[in-house]
Design a protein. Sequence first.
Length: 184
Amino acid sequence: MKIILSVPRTGSAAALRLRPWRFDDVPALVAAHRDPGLRRWLAGHLVDETAARNWLDAQVDGWMDGTRFSFAVVTAADDYSPVGHVVVKMTTAGVAEVGYWTAAQVRGRGIAARAVETVSRWALAEQELVRLNQLELLHAKDNHASCRVANKCGYTLQNLLPAAPPTFPGDGHRHVRKADENSI
């Protein structure tokens, strides 16, 4: 299955495309995961090309079995240089978790919020494939940028999460967006 989502240009921000990850994206994945700023917030790290290929295999499997819908974020002008990632991971019936990251060179440009908003709208509207009534966005309590992205995208802070080492070593936030709020 190949779903590509478009994010229109806004002001000075370039148009984006959200497409499934490809195996020629391995170098960009490994480069992005070398960034200490990104590694600080991610539970898993792609330390080399083998790890990146294994991660890509999991993304392909997720699309095939309908449990993980993972998108590479690229500019509309450059389909070969991913600058971010957005994923919808099915958790329980009708509920999925949204995760994302952006590469160091594009942070602070609104790419994360635009990509998360686009994928959130798609996931909540795509009833044939996804069938969701709620999305959750989890992040570390001290990740203020992720809190801003969640708020910009219509996710409401639901509750504080206690640390759950080793996967989540610190306290966190759980933001929720429901299908009936999809018109935001």
